[in-house]
Design a binder for this molecule. Structure first.
Ligand code: NAD
Length: 250
């Protein structure tokens, strides 16, 4: 458990900082009922990651979508509600304590907690949308899931008829440049990066806190288990994000 002294130390860093940027991962949403990838009960115990590679999508979009629909539903997004960690971050954004939330999550729960769309940088996209490979138009995921249920695979764009892709970054796919440029600029400009609920193992996103460190900023890590960056962090708070983050920002 995070000691009170360590929480106070982290709080002091946040209070003194000119710019605090939060960087969140799947661990922020487990208390909302969305499984992470690598933890116990994680999605990769049930699915094979290689089925969700970008190349696989390009080679066989119909087969890809049949499995992707099952994975998307396994996330349980319809019932998931923001938890105390999302809420504390949203409140801190409203108060200007946190400048932006850069998230690896694809679940949209930061926005649902009240962080404005502009202040959430979704480096891996959102599973609540699809994007047309032809015209780039975005559509709600529900329409694609209904199409898959009806055997219309791969789902197609209501505008141009092109193939739809989940609007998430698949393994082997590049991160959207404009979004990642913004995330990197925030990491460079922040004097404290607050990392919450990430194993910091999925690159290039996991490299963002290293950018803050390289600029002389501090990194505070709140996570249930050790990460590869703990040794370089100013404060490491071991515990559940939905308890520790509200304590730190409250
Ligand atoms: P990860 O699964 O690699 O790591 C999650 C970390 O959070 C683990 O270290 C785990 O021990 C910790 N954790 C889990 N619950 C916690 C809690 N309540 N309190 C504190 N720590 C907790 O996730 P990642 O680092 O985000 O990287 C994996 C990729 O998974 C991301 O790119 C993301 O796109 C994707 N993903 C997203 C979601 C989502 O949107 N909610 C869910 C699963 C996977």
């Amino acid at each position: 458990m995070a000691s009170q002294d360590a929480v106070e130390e982290a709080r002091a860093l946040v209070e003194e900082a000119k710019s605090v940027v939060a960087f969140t991962g799947a661990g922020v949403s487990t208390a909302s009922g969305i499984p992470d990838f690598r933890g116990e009960g994680g999605l990769w115990e049930r699915f094979d990651p290689s089925d969700f590679r970008y190349e696989r999508f390009l080679e066989d979009p119909a087969g890809f979508w049949e499995l992707r629909a099952v994975l998307t539903r396994s996330l349980g997004l319809e019932d998931a509600r923001p938890n105390a960690c999302h809420q504390a971050l949203a409140q801190a954004c409203k108060e200007g304590v946190v400048e932006a939330v850069v998230t690896q999550n694809i679940d949209g729960l930061h926005q649902e907690a009240g962080v404005s769309g502009e202040d959430v940088v979704e480096v891996h996209g959102s599973t609540r949308r699809t994007r047309c490979m032809g015209c780039g138009e975005r559509w709600p995921i529900e329409e694609a899931l209904e199409a898959v249920d009806a055997g219309r695979v791969p789902p197609s764009c209501g505008g141009c008829g092109g193939v739809l892709k989940p609007d998430v970054v698949l393994f082997g796919e590049r991160l959207p440049k404009d979004v990642f440029d913004r995330a990197q600029a925030l990491a460079r400009g922040s004097d404290v990066m607050l990392v919450a609920g990430s194993s910091l193992s999925v690159y290039p996103a996991a490299g963002l806190p290293e950018i803050t460190l390289s600029q002389g900023g501090d990194v505070v890590i709140v996570n249930g288990e050790a990460t590869g960056l703990d040794a370089r962090a100013s404060v490491v708070l071991r515990g559940r994000v939905e308890t520790v983050v509200p304590e730190l920002l409250g």
